[in-house]
Design a protein around this ligand. Structure first.
Ligand SMILES: C[S@@+](CC[C@H](N)C(=O)[O-])C[C@H]1O[C@@H](n2cnc3c(N)ncnc32)[C@H](O)[C@@H]1O
Length: 437
């Protein structure tokens, strides 16, 4: 975010800090303060959306988690049975995940005592100083909302001195340095970075959240429990296959759950990963990144690949040939190549019969994964927005069977669970169960 943009959010941060400071002063003379519930749930995210434009929030990856998402993520969080749980959020934002963790921490009636204990147990980093200040102020208000008041001789410290483990800084660096914590909770930035050469599982433009996940699994002490809210591309995208196997070698993964859209303002699907960093994974069951079909798969009957023609890149040197592209193919049914557009031949003609599926589609879109049987007597060129499924037995009947298999609620449910990004992958289609039609 630009300095000017943060300053519009700054007045909200100052108002929350003032509330926390005055609540601390009142507590020192034995008086309690009413803390509006919204202040601890939702208001910080709303203030951010109102004051910082979406492009700036996207650029810095600042999206605070909603209470529904936190509830989905947090059944594995520190609870009263673990009063000494030390929790780190390496990309803390306004502190929503730490607030969730602190709700389960023991509360001493004495505010000074409580804040000191919580200060030992709660750790966080954010590169944005205003977010760090907001986190501290909200944690103070949480302790007061949970009933802590100043009693005895202990006087709560000033805001700046509280929570020494929550600091401005790079959370990735901290994760890599074996932080002495028992729990890591995170919803890291969904921005992109160029992967450095030493990051063996990545190349080029890579999800920053994936880097946080790798750093947590590589850097945390054995036994550390990890709960991570992550973009779905890490769970299902082919680019992150190497990262997934790396994670399985470092983390005993206990659950992977698709959550759906981040929130109603943020159109990106997320999942929640939970696991324990471990040195002994020889006997660990494989992580279930998606539901693995047991029986026959589409890939057992079809060769699956992406159409090879990139319209604006490929030269059209040869004679015109029928050309299939996503905008002109009907959804479902059959299409004869005699009715197709044409374009100059490059290479890679496909002989009918075969099935095509659009690559771009959304989860819960009724037409997701619908196939069209391509028939005709000529070889055809195919654009790269289509996936081609060529029957190994060369039979038109097998193609028709596939289109029936694709058009079932079983398939749609399976696809939505397998891949929630906007692009279907060749691998997902190969792995798709061949439901008995
Ligand atoms: C998606 S928000 C999540 C905030 C919070 N954990 C939550 O769930 O509401 C990601 C946060 O990461 C911060 N961030 C971006 N890069 C970072 C880095 N290298 N180290 C620490 N924090 C970073 C952003 O400022 C933002 O507050």
């Amino acid at each position: 975010m630009q300095p000017g943009e943060v300053s519009t959010f700054e007045s909200y941060v100052s108002s929350v800090e003032q509330r926390a400071v005055s609540a601390l002063s009142l507590a020192r003379v034995g008086q309690s303060t009413h803390v509006p519930p919204g202040l601890l749930d939702g208001q910080a995210g709303a203030a951010l959306r109102e004051t910082i434009p979406l492009p700036a929030r996207r650029k810095s990856g600042a999206f605070f988690s909603s209470s529904a998402l936190r509830a989905a993520a947090f059944d594995a969080c520190p609870d009263e049975t673990e009063p000494s749980a030390r929790t780190l959020d390496p990309a803390v934002g306004a502190g929503d995940l730490l607030i969730e963790a602190a709700k389960a921490l023991p509360i001493d009636q004495d505010l000074a005592q409580t804040l000191q204990q919580w200060g030992d147990l709660l750790h966080g980093r954010d590169i944005e100083p205003a977010f760090v200040r907001l986190t501290k102020a909200r944690l103070v208000l949480l302790a007061i909302a949970r009933g802590a008041v100043a009693v005895g001789s202990g006087r709560p410290s000033s805001l700046g001195e509280l929570f020494p483990g929550i600091q401005v800084g790079d959370g990735l660096d901290l994760l890599r340095s074996a932080p002495p914590v028992t729990h890591i909770v995170m919803n890291p930035p969904f921005t992109y970075r160029i992967a450095p050469p030493e990051m063996s599982w990545a190349s080029g433009r890579t999800s920053h959240a994936a880097m946080f996940l790798a750093a947590a699994a590589e850097g945390a002490l054995p036994g550390t429990r990890l709960t991570a809210i992550l973009p779905d591309v890490i769970r299902a995208g082919s680019r992150y296959e190497r990262l997934r196997s790396r994670i399985e070698g470092l983390l005993r993964v206990s659950s992977i759950e698709s959550y759906g859209r981040f929130d109603r303002w943020t159109d990106i699907d997320v999942f929640v990963l939970r696991g324990v960093v471990s040195n002994e994974l020889a006997d660990a069951p494989a992580a279930q990144w998606w539901q693995q079909p047991n029986g026959e798969r589409v890939g057992d009957r079809f060769d699956v690949r992406v159409g090879p023609v990139v319209p604006h890149r490929d030269a059209q040197t040869g004679p015109n040939r029928p050309y299939l592209h996503a905008t002109t193919i009907p959804l479902g049914g059959e299409f004869d190549v005699a009715a197709a557009d044409t374009r100059g031949f490059t290479s890679g003609l496909f002989e009918p019969p075969f099935v095509v599926v659009r690559r771009t589609s959304r989860p819960n879109d009724g037409s997701r994964g619908l196939g069209t049987v391509i028939v005709g007597s000529e070889g055809v060129l195919i654009e790269n927005h289509l996936i081609v499924l060529k029957p190994q037995d060369g039979s038109l009947d097998t193609c028709r069977q596939l289109v029936r298999v694709l058009d079932t609620s079983n398939t749609r449910r399976w696809l939505d669970g397998r891949i929630r990004c906007r692009h279907l992958t060749v691998r997902a289609l190969r792995e798709m169960p061949w439901w008995d039609s």
